[in-house]
Design a protein around this ligand. Sequence first.
Ligand SMILES: [Zn+2]
Ligand SMILES: [Zn+2]
Length: 375
Amino acid sequence: MYLCHLPVPPLPFAPRPFPDELLLSWICRLAAANHVSQPLLFPEMQAMNHYRLNSDPGEEIVARLAAMARVPPSTLHSLLLPNQFPNLPLLSFLRVPDTANISGNKDTASFPLPFCSECAGEEECLQQSLYWRAESGLLTTTLCPRHGAYFDDACPGCNRGQLTLAWDHARLIVRCLRCNWRPVPRQKGCPVPSYPSGLRQLISRLQCDLIAALRGHPPNSFWCGEISAVQFLRVVDDLYWLLRTPGLSAHCGQLFTFTDGFSWTRLRSDSWSFFARISDLPFSAWDRTSRAEMLLAMAAAMLGTRAFEILGNSPHFPAPTAFYPWDWILPSLNRPYAQELLNRAAHWPSRLRFSVSIAAGVAIMPIPLEDYSTI
Ligand SMILES: [Zn+2]
Ligand SMILES: [Zn+2]
């Protein structure tokens, strides 16, 4: 960090962080309050992956930021994702990527935070400072947690990436440099469609329960019945292994992941397969659409045939049975991986374990009598 040995410049204005704020959100407010761009104020952070910045930017950066803004380092530590989400280590794919895999922010010129025009409009109406809550920094958050809208980097007015953050009367605001667009508060009687349907509904519900479980709260029983936060996160982590790892299928080669097999949930219309897009990149380097597709595949695996109703369609081939998707995954797994799946599924809740057992033709683990009522 080439600037860390220089004296820490004092900042004239230093807004206090909100207790549930994302670190990058506070840094953007700090820069805007002092009327400088974030790259100018913190050049060393431009080379840092956003996820790493919000999870663990390192002691030097935290100490430097704390000194610049005259806040205790402990206040900034409390903003870091592992401190806002104590169960974060349970999801292996949300760990900070290895240094070798950390890329800088390719979009240095574009908007630095996930943008929701509904959120910006609400803050505009209330004359409050816009800020991003910690959950918007989780890689599993692909939609606005409050409105279920797709995050965007482009201006809703001119569809170009020239949105900018500015400071106005002690609060952060968003404006477009190109067309002067400003967020518009919704009219009374024209409520925000807060409950999306179909694909977005599933993504929204799953990311919402992941946020709850990462905080230590049990997820909705909708997924797998009544289970604890820890058990839910273990199932999700196992599904990540199953659905993301290439080469598990005995028939489809090394360039296939089981997420590719959920082609009926595809969000993209181009011909790029899921694996062609993600290759061997860590989750933190995937585009937002690919991360959302992974959530959809996980949701469909947990819900089985119940997913068809919500999504409004179902796969054509192979014709799904009552034990979908295990009816096509299990027979196509290479034998060692099938054993690995059975070992993992032994710790899953009864409803999921039952489907896997039937599809595998083996009893993975006795199911307690009282659990049959929930299957
Ligand atoms: Zn929103
Ligand atoms: Zn614009």
